[in-house]
Design a protein around this ligand. Structure first.
Ligand SMILES: Nc1nc2c(c(=O)[nH]1)N[C@H]1C(S)=C(S)[C@@H](COP(=O)(O)OP(=O)(O)OC[C@H]3O[C@@H](n4cnc5c(=O)[nH]c(N)nc54)[C@H](O)[C@@H]3O)O[C@H]1N2
Ligand SMILES: Nc1nc2c(c(=O)[nH]1)N[C@H]1C(S)=C(S)[C@@H](COP(=O)(O)OP(=O)(O)OC[C@H]3O[C@@H](n4cnc5c(=O)[nH]c(N)nc54)[C@H](O)[C@@H]3O)O[C@H]1N2
Ligand code: SF4
Ligand SMILES: [Mo]
Length: 679
């Protein structure tokens, strides 16, 4: 615990699910957090942070923060709770867990969590040990980037791209399905520098948003058709001899098959599919192929489609065809978590599982799991996530959570929509109150976070909760009776080239440390695919029943409803986090949907009209924004709004489907169709 005098600045880390994982400078006033800023000494943060986190003290000291455990006293769905002690809460939870195991087996218990807090101990540490030891159903954590990660892995071998600090040297940049200005602001800072040095920045998206306005060129595309665009670019690169034969020969596999495959993706055919004019496709490919170094930032917008895995797999063939991985500032970043991967075996202890063949439930199918799984899910333990807002097919999710015979525990800082369905609510600390280790999935620094304030009220961290519950249930002290520091040391105990020699002491002293990067352990010298080459043709994909070459497969949503709707995150929240904070809510105003002026005219709709959006899964009311920010036939809304506390707001995930993507069991939030009418 950092000691505090009257006023002083202490170091912290931003804990949210955001690639930037900023280093924070926190001004303390008599032990109270007075203000938060970016740390100017951190090489990536460079003193800048987003508006959301600048006001994080308002979240930490928010009057609505949960301060003690509570039990449900009213019907599910009514938020009627009374205070209970931790002693009573532990007693009841342990009794219920033991009963669930005795009645129908430990598989009836389901943890549900994601990265509300990215701290390694609190997101994938003691919790994992606890549920492993219980023998609970495994949760397949697929809601974010599972599809693309698998597509990328098939092609490149692991979640590894270039060092974002090198992108200042890029000369041509494609921001592809990524809303950088809102979701990765330090990438914007690097690219602003690149632009000063002559780079051109192109944004390919379904929505003209903050990032399009900042970019030099915006190319609107029909949702879910990006694989066709990537293939069209390959077609042109091959035809115009803009490929790097030497690189291809040395580092890739399957180029001959890819040539044959790209043959039919003529600019004219791709124009039909994508809505991008053929001459723009040709120009884009030529600019990309002629640049001395070109960089692609691959975003999450692409992966939330039925064909998300294939899309990422196809796009990441482009830097290989043009030999970009050898050039400073050339290549791509989808994610970089491979470099900072700690010892997950020691951290999560899968060896504690009584049965390694326990079932796994895909988190994108929570509704179906709660309503129809066999054996049934009878105990749901939610932490670090707000599934009543973020999970697809809300009507199913909420119906499942309303089951009288389901016992639900929710651990959070606030009474989220998910707490509406909780039998017991437990108060969580904010990360400011915890010791933890943070890795970014984009930049290449590990950071140690020491607590800067004491736990508030009766709040407990995820680490402490699962440690104490485990010990109470008689689990091995060897695995559960540890301090945070001991567990971080276990996590760091891994012999990879990137973590090599990195110690707890170094992190404690400096606050952060950069992964060890050497030419021999980076792309393209090290490509961890089965063949050791970038797999333009993938036998592993063929074996998995997937097309072995890039191939455009349209999205699967039946065309019963006329509009494609993309329901992305917004600028001022992080997923549903911050959705209960007045300052940020005021900035976002209200849920809206962007519609093309041509569509609006055809339907007699005007800017500002209230509309009902619906499909066969549910409905949602919003205000329509008429502009030419989207192509005809496309709607875009942003923000995962809470229903609770927002009169008239419905969770946008009422419209989305539990269908899984082509790879990784990923979510298909953006492959959704709806109809619209004026209210
Ligand atoms: N401010 C803010 N920052 C965040 C978050 C947040 O909620 N708010 N969330 C965090 C999390 S968990 C994540 S995963 C990342 C996500 O951040 P990003 O990687 O930026 O992903 P999204 O914002 O989901 O989608 C990016 C863009 O893809 C576009 N898009 C959708 N479908 C398609 C398509 O078919 N083709 C193309 N070319 N574009 C498409 C969308 O219009 C959107 O502008 O951001 C993180 N950072
Ligand atoms: N329609 C649509 N749906 C989406 C998306 C989309 O773009 N469109 N994006 C998807 C993506 S990419 C993601 S990553 C998911 C994110 O979905 P979630 O992971 O559920 O993210 P949040 O909504 O931020 O909810 C995190 C919760 O964790 C709580 N929390 C924070 N810190 C702690 C802690 O230390 N302990 C405990 N116990 N709780 C804590 C927060 O208060 C918050 O309520 O949403 C997905 N859902
Ligand atoms: S949300 Fe992202 S940009 Fe904002 S402070 Fe946190 S890590 Fe930095
Ligand atoms: Mo995400």
């Amino acid at each position: 615990m950092a000691t505090t005098t009257d006023t002083m600045t202490v170091r912290s880390v931003c804990p949210f699910d955001c690639p930037d994982t900023c280093s924070l400078n926190v001004k303390m006033n008599d032990g109270v957090i007075a203000s938060i800023d970016g740390n100017p000494d951190h090489p990536v943060t460079q003193g800048a942070i987003c508006n959301k986190v600048r006001h994080l003290n308002e979240r930490v000291y928010h009057p609505d923060r949960l301060m003690y455990p509570m039990r449900r006293v009213g019907p599910k769905g009514t938020m009627e709770f009374e205070r209970m002690s931790w002693e009573e809460a532990y007693e009841e939870i342990a009794t219920r867990l033991n009963k669930a195991i005795a009645d129908k087996g430990a598989e009836t218990i389901l943890p549900y969590s994601f990265y509300g807090n990215m701290g390694i101990l609190n997101a994938e540490g003691m919790d994992r040990r606890f549920f492993h030891r219980l023998g609970a159903s495994q949760l397949d954590r697929t809601i974010c980037n599972a599809a693309g990660s698998e597509g990328y892995r098939y092609t490149m071998g692991a979640s590894m791209g270039i060092d974002p600090e090198d992108t200042v040297h890029s000369k041509y940049v494609l921001i592809w399905g990524c809303n950088l200005v809102s979701t990765n602001m330090h990438q914007v800072m690097y690219l602003n520098e690149a632009r000063k040095r002559g780079a051109k920045i192109v944004h390919i998206d379904v929505h003209r948003n903050r990032t399009s306005v900042w970019a030099d060129e915006f190319i609107p595309i029909i949702p879910g058709t990006d694989t066709a665009l990537a293939l069209g670019m390959m077609h042109v690169l091959i035809r115009e001899k803009l490929t790097d034969e030497e690189f291809i020969g040395k580092y890739t596999k399957g180029f001959e098959q890819l040539i044959a495959q790209a043959e039919s993706y003529t600019p004219e055919r791709v124009a039909e599919i994508t809505g991008i004019p053929a001459d723009v496709i040709v120009r884009l490919a030529c600019e990309y192929g002629n640049a001395s170094s070109s960089f692609i930032r691959i975003g999450n917008g692409l992966q939330h489609h039925d064909n998300g895995g294939m899309t990422i797999r196809s796009i990441v063939c482009l830097p290989a065809l043009t030999g970009q991985w050898e050039k400073l500032g050339g290549g791509a970043i989808k994610g970089n978590s491979h470099y900072s991967a700690v010892n997950s075996y020691k951290l999560e202890r899968p060896d504690l599982m009584p049965n390694r063949n326990v079932r796994s439930i895909n988190m994108n199918r929570l509704g179906e799991a709660l309503l129809a799984a066999e054996p049934s899910v009878d105990f749901l333990f939610v932490y670090n996530s707000n599934p009543a807002v973020v999970a697809p097919d809300q009507n199913q999710v909420r119906q499942g959570m309303l089951r009288e015979d389901l016992f639900t525990v929710v651990h959070d800082l606030f009474l989220t929509d998910t707490c509406l369905y909780a039998d017991i609510v437990l108060p969580a600390t904010s990360h400011f109150e915890n010791l933890d280790l943070f890795a970014s999935y984009w930049h290449l620094y590990l950071q140690l976070h020491e607590p800067i304030i004491e736990p508030m009220g009766e709040c407990k961290s995820n680490f402490t909760l699962f440690k104490e519950l485990g010990l109470r249930m008689g689990f091995e002290p060897e695995a559960f009776d540890l301090t945070e520091e001991q567990m971080i040391r276990q996590a760091l105990d891994r012999n990879t080239p990137y973590l090599n020699g990195l110690t707890y002491e170094e992190l404690a002293q400096n606050g952060w440390a950069k992964m060890k990067l050497e030419k021999s352990t980076m792309l393209p010298e090290r490509i961890p695919t089965p063949s050791g080459k970038i797999e333009l043709y993938s036998e592993a994909m063929l074996r998995a029943g997937l097309p072995p070459l890039p191939e455009y497969v349209p999205i699967q949503e039946p065309e019963d409803f006329p509009f494609l709707i993309v329901t992305g995150p917004n600028h001022s929240y992080i997923n549903s986090t911050f959705g209960n904070q007045d300052r940020l809510k005021r900035l976002e105003k209200q849920p809206t949907a962007d519609m093309n002026a041509e569509d609006a005219a055809a339907r007699g709709l005007q800017h500002g009209d209230r509309v009902r959006l619906w499909n066969d899964r549910g409905e949602c009311r919003m205000t329509i924004k008429v502009a030419n920010n989207v192509l005809p036939g496309v709607l875009v809304c942003q923000g995962l709004w809470w229903e609770h506390g927002n009169e008239g707001v419905q969770a946008v995930n009422s419209l989305t489907s539990q269908r899984l993507s082509d790879m990784g069991g990923g979510a298909t939030f953006f492959s959704t169709r709806v109809d619209v009418e004026k209210i």
